[in-house]
Design a protein around this ligand. Structure first.
Ligand code: NAD
Length: 435
């Protein structure tokens, strides 16, 4: 008989279902899904309380000498949500919208995302309240270094490993790694991921999220008995995730019939040449004026008659306002939080197969994990090795979630949260709660 690892209590969790009613808030939507999965898992109340609270929230003042000689003081935040399964993992964003609640919710999100693909990380997120577009390169570098120094007590390959996020990039990660290394007195590449390849970054990282979307979309099509060849796809957002997903799906034989970005979209029933569109964006910075098809709005793209819809831009684009009009058979959530919790029920009713964000876009964090492993081992893999290992993890993640979804007769989103929460819960039970 299997050992019963549950914590000693028989009481059942009864989440307050009215607590999360704001459809416009994707973080509330995420936590409402957490509650639903926790209820189905019959999570012990003590553990439920532990998993609903961040482990650590740090707020630091970051004084920075501006180019004009004045001192400005920025506010930096780092939240470690849960580290039971390993070092905290999560990006750092520079944005005026950064606030403690949002960073905490994003850190929780990272916890579930790492667990669903079973990479041995916990979840974190960080940010600095600033407008990076109004700052010089020198000011950004000084801000990055001062923020890094502010949170240095939590950082480290064994404790907290940041990555780029909104308005941060490889260069910011290079400054962070350098600052940390200067304080330690030796080079520590594994303190962050998303670094330039020349200094310990991983091959395949740039394409990893889009590659993961392609892999799980193929799994979904196979599960539904649909042929990949000729499958029609509409992609909202043509940045890193959207353009790579579209390119790789096209290579697999799909027909990409609509793409869009912040300037609007293009629809071509005969198929869009994705490589050509990527080259256009490289030259013109956006799809504005692309012209090889008919113009289509971002809103209309979401309700096109396609086999696969791949939202890869913004959160909260599929809501109660348009979910009933969605005609896609499969939605692959490249973006974080593109579907509201209320819209889930409508899509379920229509029989749309949704590959939820925490699974669909986990390719990025998976190759971040590979980068950390390579840095710690001091031995770097070729790109085929990275891509093969990514495929193994994404396919296994998809099948784990699909298996639980069938077993419990729940949709893929609920099953993904159940997989994640049960993995985190199991580790807490094994370790015991230090209470
Ligand atoms: P990106 O900045 O490279 O691209 C974003 C794209 O969305 C651009 O084409 C932009 O023009 C478009 N866009 C912006 N506003 C829009 C609007 N109002 N309507 C339509 N399109 C709009 O960003 P990215 O890295 O591709 O990330 C896209 C999404 O995927 C985000 O939700 C992000 O959080 C999520 N994500 C990214 C990664 C990653 O590794 N890059 C990993 C996990 C999740």
């Amino acid at each position: 008989m299997a050992t019963d690892l549950r914590l000693p209590t028989n009481a059942i969790v009864k989440p307050d279902k009215d607590r999360f009613l704001n459809e416009d808030n994707p973080f509330e939507a995420m936590m409402s899904r957490f509650d639903r999965a926790a209820e189905l898992l019959d999570l012990e109340p003590g553990l439920y309380k532990v998993l609903r609270k961040p482990e650590k929230q740090i707020i630091v003042a970051c004084p920075v000498m501006l180019d004009n000689g004045e001192i400005e003081v920025y506010t930096g935040i780092r939240v470690l949500y849960n580290t039971s399964r390993g070092p905290a993992k999560g990006g750092i964003r520079f944005d005026m919208q950064v606030n403690l609640d949002e960073v905490t919710a994003l850190a929780a999100w990272m916890t579930w995302k790492c667990a669903v693909v079973n990479v041995p990380f916990g979840g974190a997120k960080g940010g600095v309240i600033c407008d990076p577009l109004k700052m010089s390169v020198g000011e950004l570098e000084r801000l990055t270094r001062r923020y890094t120094a502010g949170i240095i007590a939590t950082l480290g390959p064994d404790s907290d490993v940041p990555a780029p996020d909104v308005n941060t990039n490889e260069r910011v990660m290079a400054w962070l790694m350098d600052t940390y290394s200067m304080h330690k007195g030796h080079t520590v590449t594994a303190v962050t991921t998303g670094k330039p390849v020349e200094m310990g970054g991983s091959l395949g990282r740039r394409e990893a999220t889009g590659r993961g979307c392609m892999l799980v979309t193929k799994e979904a099509l196979a599960h539904l008995g649909m042929n990949v060849k000729g499958t029609t796809v509409a992609v909202q957002g043509f940045g890193n995730v959207g353009s790579v997903s579209a390119q790789l799906l096209a290579r697999e034989g799909c027909k990409i019939i609509a793409i869009s970005d912040r300037t609007g979209g293009w629809h071509n029933a005969a198929g869009i040449d994705v490589d050509d569109a990527i080259n256009y964006v490289k030259q013109h910075k956006s799809l504005e004026g692309y012209g090889k098809g008919d113009p289509i709005s971002n809103e209309d793209l979401l309700t096109l008659d396609v086999d696969v819809l791949l939202p890869a831009a913004l959160e909260n684009v599929i809501t109660t306002k348009n979910a009933a009009k969605v005609r896609a058979k499969v939605i692959c959530e490249g973006a974080n939080g593109p579907t509201s919790a209320a819209a889930d029920a409508i899509l379920d009713e229509k029989g749309v197969f949704v590959i939820p964000d925490i699974l669909a876009n986990a390719g990025g964090v998976t190759v971040s994990y590979f980068e950390w492993v390579q840095d710690r081992g001091g031995y770097f893999w070729d790109e085929d090795t990275v891509n093969d290992r990514l495929r193994n993890i994404m396919v296994k993640g998809f099948r784990d979630v699909l298996g639980l979804s069938k077993q419990h007769k729940v949709n893929m989103r609920t099953a993904a949260y159940m997989v994640s929460i049960s993995r985190v819960a199991t580790v807490h039970r094994l370790r015991g709660i230090y209470a």
